[in-house]
Design a protein around this ligand. Structure first.
Ligand code: NAD
Length: 354
């Protein structure tokens, strides 16, 4: 018998097409009727429509969410709500918008309803990263876990193809790292495998037909599954590297995940049979090669040098990535990380035979 511990995070999840129309019902279920809607500055038709549908349930709109949750933006939003008797936060957007909503919840205890419009997966995790003076720190707190998540596939249709691919690989990376997490368990491994296979099949279809509702639905469902993995087991080398590259060198979040993932899979494969099994399931002898080909087929970024990394910074990045101890299925030295980053810098094709 296999013994295991699985921690589920409490969240009510609605999934489908048109589910955004349940928003006022969901607010009522939470005993709330005065929401602040939080978005980024980009104008989108669906945001206006949702606010119209909310009617008097929407008493404020803060549209200043930014990547990496700068704390000065959180303080602006807090000032905004102080005199409006807000009793609920509604995020409509990607991980940046969810990040700001979590930061407000952390300081106010207000309940959150999240409508994700990318595949980042932050809506299902107790994790929050915040940036002060360019330094990003991450903490885990049950206070930031959203009460309700409304996945509405219609909101993802406008996500540009490039963002859809990088965001999808970002989510796929949560699932990959869940497979070899220190606290992995059969529940999260089942979710992770399903998420990986779903993204693998959905992303090329989204690439060629961005409005394919079935492919969008599969990708959003995979987002839900990989978000549950991210919210319940620990991440390893891949997330640490991406956090370092984004936080210290300003690289774009999802694109960084996209470039780095095949190289971390290649590095960890000798220590994780499940990665090799999955590679075979995808008719490739190497999962690293299969994911690299997936990204390349979908015109996703495959080289660090194309997304803003300077070769001269690779050494510093390797140093930072090994500066704190954390679990990874295969131990590594600074040289290993430097060599991995070097390959990712130039987009060396991962070895298909590993
Ligand atoms: P994002 O939220 O910044 O969105 C990327 C871009 O896509 C933005 O320009 C946004 O306006 C646009 N966009 C979003 N949805 C759209 C849509 N449906 N149509 C058209 N354009 C759309 O990026 P992201 O990758 O979703 O999130 C990245 C942030 O989330 C980072 O700060 C990262 O650290 C954080 N994150 C946190 C967790 C966590 O568990 N705490 C998990 C994943 C990501």
């Amino acid at each position: 018998m296999q013994e295991f511990t699985y921690t589920a995070n409490p969240a009510r999840v609605l999934f489908g097409s048109g589910t955004r129309q349940s928003l006022t019902d969901e607010m009522t279920k939470l005993g709330t009727n005065r929401a602040m809607v939080i978005t980024s500055a980009h104008k989108r038709d669906y945001i206006n429509q949702i606010m119209l549908d909310l009617g008097e349930y929407c008493v404020a709109h803060f549209d200043g969410a930014e990547m990496h949750t700068p704390v000065h933006v959180t303080h602006m939003a807090l000032e905004y709500i102080s005199d409006k008797k807000i009793d609920c936060l509604i995020a409509i957007g990607g991980g940046s918008t969810t990040g700001l909503t979590k930061a407000i919840a952390l300081r106010t205890g207000l309940p959150q309803i999240i409508l994700p419009t990318t595949y980042a997966g932050s809506e299902l995790t107790p994790i929050i990263g915040e940036t002060v003076n360019g330094i990003k720190t991450t903490q885990s707190s049950q206070k930031v876990l959203p009460e309700t998540v409304i996945y509405d596939v219609d909101l993802t249709l406008s996500l540009p193809v490039t963002d859809s691919i990088t965001s999808g690989i970002n989510a796929l990376a949560h699932a990959v790292e869940a497979l070899y997490a220190e606290n992995k368990n059969p529940v999260t491994s089942t979710l992770a495998e399903k998420a990986i296979l779903s993204f693998y099949h959905a992303l090329p279809r989204i690439f060629s037909h961005p409005l394919d509702i079935q492919a969008r639905t599969t990708a959003l469902y995979a987002t839900f599954l990989s978000g549950m993995c991210l919210g319940s087991v620990g991440m390893s080398l891949h997330h640490k590297l991406c956090h370092t590259l984004g936080g210290s060198f300003g690289l774009p979040h999802a694109a960084t995940h996209c470039v780095i993932l095949p190289y971390v899979i290649q590095f960890n494969a000798p220590a994780s049979d499940i990665l090799n099994q999955l590679g075979r399931t995808l008719n490739s002898s190497s999962l690293a090669f299969a994911i690299f080909e997936l990204i390349r087929t979908c015109n996703g970024p495959t080289r660090l040098r194309d997304i803003g990394m300077k070769k001269a910074d690779l050494n510093k990045a390797a140093e930072l990535a090994i500066s704190n101890a954390y679990y990874n299925p295969r131990s590594f030295t600074k040289n290993d990380i430097h060599s991995l980053l070097n390959d990712a810098f130039s987009g060396i094709i991962p070895d298909a035979s590993l």
